[in-house]
Design a protein around this ligand. Structure first.
Ligand code: SF4
Length: 280
């Protein structure tokens, strides 16, 4: 008798396989630390791809450098693990040359807002039809816990032992101020909430900016933790008007972690539509 055989687990695995979302995962198991918020984000992304029945050969994921940079290794679609801060221009280039692809850019807070921060306004102003998943844990995780552009003021890190003296950036306010046509915030601990936002972001025609708040359980044990996030995250009120830029900006400036879709402009043409019009 095979003592390792566990018919209950086999049945569970078969049931999960039937749901289809595992088809979007490679056989590589993520190398992130146990408890990292990236597991939940990954789960929500592959489930959304499955819900939308995206063809794997028509999806491309582009990442930069950092813990989030490993992301394309774990999805069984086309993928580029590129250079630091450059996921956006490379993703935009792929979309412009292969319009039929669904293109995701994945970046951490240091990647997207630090070294790659200069690419954000230009991708946004062109309204290139891609989705940016910004994994924001407010710290440089891969390089062992230095201050990032979103580290809270006064938080002690491995590069500021007595506390961060820099005022953090506000990603949602930035994206709105740059003129993004779709702006949302999600919480890595809320898979259903992420799926709802991801589905609308991916089907949005234009640039979609998704700020995902997630803890780095290894290098931040005091500030952005599961326990603290669970107590502060708050869904957007259903009465919020997603077409109102002013309301979105007001919400973005609230210090609490409001999650959901802040703003969506469905009428604005995407970059390819503008190019086709100007060149016809
Ligand atoms: S270092 Fe932090 S962000 Fe990186 S995998 Fe570990 S917990 Fe996640």
């Amino acid at each position: 008798m095979d003592i390792l055989k566990n018919s209950y687990l086999d049945e569970e695995l078969e049931a999960v396989k039937k749901q289809g979302f595992l088809d979007y995962r490679t056989s590589q198991l993520p190398t992130w630390c146990p408890g990292c918020g990236y597991f939940g984000i990954t789960h929500a992304i592959v489930q959304t791809c499955n819900d939308l029945q995206l063809k794997k050969e028509e999806v491309c994921v582009v990442s930069g450098i950092g813990c989030a940079g490993r992301y394309p290794i774990f999805m069984d679609v086309y993928g580029f693990h590129t250079v630091h801060g450059r996921s956006l221009p490379i993703a935009a280039g792929i979309k412009l040359s292969r319009e039929e692809l669904t293109v995701f850019a994945v970046a951490g807070d240091g990647d997207a807002l630090g070294i790659g921060g200069g690419h954000l306004p230009h991708t946004i102003r062109r309204n290139v039809d891609i989705t940016l998943f910004l994994f924001d844990n407010s710290i440089y995780g891969l390089t062992k816990g230095q201050t990032s552009p979103t580290t809270p003021l006064n938080q002690a890190t491995n590069s500021h032992l007595k506390g961060n003296p820099d005022t953090p950036l506000k990603p949602v306010s930035l994206a709105l101020a740059y003129g993004a046509s779709f702006v949302a915030r999600c919480y890595a601990g809320d898979v259903d909430g992420m799926k709802d936002v991801f589905r609308q972001a991916i089907t949005h025609k234009g640039f979609s900016f998704i700020h995902i708040v997630t803890p780095c359980v290894t290098f931040d044990k005091t500030n952005i933790t599961w326990g603290r996030l669970n107590g502060t995250v708050e869904p957007i009120e259903p009465v919020h008007d997603q077409t109102s830029f002013e309301s979105a900006l007001r919400l973005a400036e609230i210090p609490r972690l409001i999650t959901g879709i802040f703003y969506q402009d469905k009428k604005r043409p995407s970059y390819m539509e503008i190019i086709r019009e100007t060149q016809s």
